[in-house]
Design a protein around this ligand. Sequence first.
Ligand code: FUL
Length: 502
Amino acid sequence: MKKRIQLMLFVIMLTPACFSQSKNFVRIDKSMSDEEVVNIAATITPSVQQLRWQRLEITGFIHFGMNTFTGREWGEGKDDPKLFNPAALDARQWVKTCKDAGIKQVILTAKHHDGFCLWPTKTTEYSVKNSPWKDGKGDVVKEVADACKELGVGFGIYLSPWDRNNASYGTPEYNDFFIEQLTELLTQYGKVDEVWFDGANGEGPNGKKQVYDFERWYAHIRKLQPQAVIAVSGPDVRWVGTETGHGREQEWSVVPVGKNKKYNEGSQTKADEPPSGNNRGQVLGGRSQLRDGDALKWYPAEMDVSIRPGWFYHEAEDQKVKTAEYLKEIYFHSVGRNGVLLLNIPPDKRGLITDFDITVLKSWKAKLDKIFKTNLLNDSKGIGAVKKIKPLLDGNDATHISFSMKGNDNVVELDLKKEQKFNVLLLQENVTIGQRVESFVFEYYDGKEWKKATEGTTIGFKRLLEFPAVTASKVRLRILSARLQPALAEMGLYFDDENKVK
Ligand code: FUL
């Protein structure tokens, strides 16, 4: 008997974390008290796929296709495939440019709303195979997938549900056609890490709108590429609600869903809609909103934005590439507000990312590397109730210090050992435990008393705050309110000599 228990324990210890069940969807009902609902929200955690995706922090979008050649943003599906001829196309240059900028995963528009396919699909004649590019023998999806594999970058596909070219659009047959397109993309190019569905649902060539069979598509993706996350008209990753690259001041990863829908316990397949309630405000998932739906779900935010005004390349926008300074702000307001940034970088008609974009990306990367080069807390010592601060400084987002929130067990106080100048704070929660912090204040000791350097609400996977520079040798973080016991994973303090926050 003892042996059996020992064996069982051994097996449990050997079971990789990815096989353990995370609970990322829970139904709630009217009989539950507010406190119960808050406690449920605090224990909801990401799936293995969601956690992998969250840890990428910066991902890239490549909008490329017929629009690149016609100068449009939304093609009508009538442009001649002969127009598609990116004579110098170099997908490796795209992926390398992204990788050098810190982008960890690249999503390609395999088909945009015009229906033109960047791979030689069997499902339609409207594709690269009828273009002059490589005499119709080219395959952009393959070239990008291969470059991602070679350079160790994740690979994702954007397949527009809205198809303005296909004659079956607006009929049930279109859903079968879409399944065939998914099958090709998910079986011919190796591992796919993200499948991105846009919400646009306009009219097709016959003037009809399509009723998308999302649930069938999700099940198909789960079967063929179970490790992929499905965004943003999808169950794993939610659209933040704007295309500006900015998240909310309070961005919770646990949000209410399914106001008018009937969900099954444990099912994530049906959440093909935005969270319930008001999605446009500066708070999503706050206490007062948790009852807006009939379930709570781990549904983290992706902030998509283009480096240029448009999603596709237009020569006239060469001088309108966002500045490195503005991209830095976007980074602080996306990754630094508990989200994943999806930055679009569109190649030009040659099939290359231009130097205008590359120059900005390089200086953006250099800026971020410079800010986060030295964590000024590295040599610090815990001097309050919490002495063992190593989990906060080990670079591991799954080790943490937990706070009971009773008495003064909500504070971590640090001696920096010498005067340091700082103006950027980094905080991370261990989200494998749940997202819990609701408000905090960060203070410094000026020799006489504690003063506020900055304050915030949610932390989540990562929170970044900029504030006017302070010089001090003692600092402390006080968590003011939380759901259950919060688990603080990482803490960083930096000095950005270009920071203009007054
Ligand atoms: C939108 C689309 O309509 C745009 O063209 C672009 O693809 C963007 C990422 O999603 O909704």
